[in-house]
Design a protein around this ligand. Structure first.
Ligand code: SAM
Length: 256
């Protein structure tokens, strides 16, 4: 059975409200709105949306920066496991996986997301990435549920996430959730929007947070990791209809 057929079958029987309950989701109403937004407004269109946001240069910078973090010390094992949280249509997952596998061919990639339509779009890319539905704030519980249908490990050598955090109902919990699923030598990379004032993004783009101050991200991550670096990515912005938002990257290693 192909990954896509397997995913379609799993999604046919999936009850999202029940999954939210099992995962102890704190705000199921907001989660349902997020799923609706990404199903109706993005889904198949997500890749084009990302291209419009960043252009080719910006995309390459994000892909290269995330890949460099994954490849730098501590190096991924030859059979390493990497998880993308809030992977969406897999725009970045596929590109990062391709670059990492050019260096370490047997690394396995997994993609978790809240929105089934986004994962279907990812699976259609046939990029040898295992998709499953789950909550960023409870990755471990999500894996427990997904393991009834897919072969997903409990622990990863690296976790990354691009542009998911500003949709999270509990961003501080996300950092704890990452730590729970990382191997002892593991590392994590989070890319998201810096704080901005475009209130209309809440309705237009389903955003829950108007970005974050890098120092607040640092403080959230430092509760769980000894080694945290958060910086703005210079020279790259997320552009939407003349509105421009800076991007930060957070890199986390070594548990407390
Ligand atoms: C802006 S998109 C980013 C997708 C992809 N990472 C990218 O960079 O193109 C945000 C994604 O996060 C997912 N998402 C939002 N909240 C989530 C949560 N709490 N847990 C898991 N995924 C979530 C959405 O379904 C959506 O696919």
């Amino acid at each position: 059975m192909t990954m896509l057929t397997n995913l379609k079958e799993y999604l046919e029987h999936l009850q999202l409200e029940q999954l939210f309950k099992k995962l102890d989701a704190s705000d199921p109403e907001t989660l349902a709105k997020t799923v609706e937004h990404f199903t109706v407004k993005e889904g198949e269109k997500r890749d084009q949306i990302v291209e419009n946001y960043f252009g080719q240069n910006g995309i390459c910078r994000i892909v290269d920066t995330v890949t460099e973090c994954l490849l730098e010390h501590p190096r991924l094992p030859s059979e390493g496991k990497v998880l993308d949280v809030g992977a969406g249509s897999g725009f970045f997952t596929v590109r990062v996986a391709r670059k990492v596998r050019a260096e370490i061919p047997n690394v396995s990639f997994y993609a978790m997301d809240l929105t089934p339509a986004m994962l279907l779009s990812l699976a259609k890319k046939k990029a040898d990435i295992v998709p499953f539905v789950g909550l960023a704030e409870n990755i471990r519980g999500s894996i427990e549920q997904a393991r009834k249908h897919f072969i997903v490990p409990f622990k990863f050598d690296a976790v990354f996430s691009t542009l998911m955090l500003h949709h999270s109902t509990r961003p501080e919990r996300f950092f704890e959730s990452i730590k729970e699923t990382l191997e002892k030598h593991g590392k994590a990379v989070v890319v998201d929007l810096c704080e901005h004032s475009f209130e209309e993004f809440r309705t237009e783009m389903g955003d829950v947070h108007l970005g974050f101050k890098p120092e607040n991200i640092h403080a959230m991550a430092r509760r769980h990791f000894a080694d945290v670096k958060v910086e703005k990515l210079p020279g790259i912005c997320c552009e939407s209809s003349g509105r421009s938002t800076e991007i930060f990257i957070a890199i986390m290693k070594n548990f407390l």
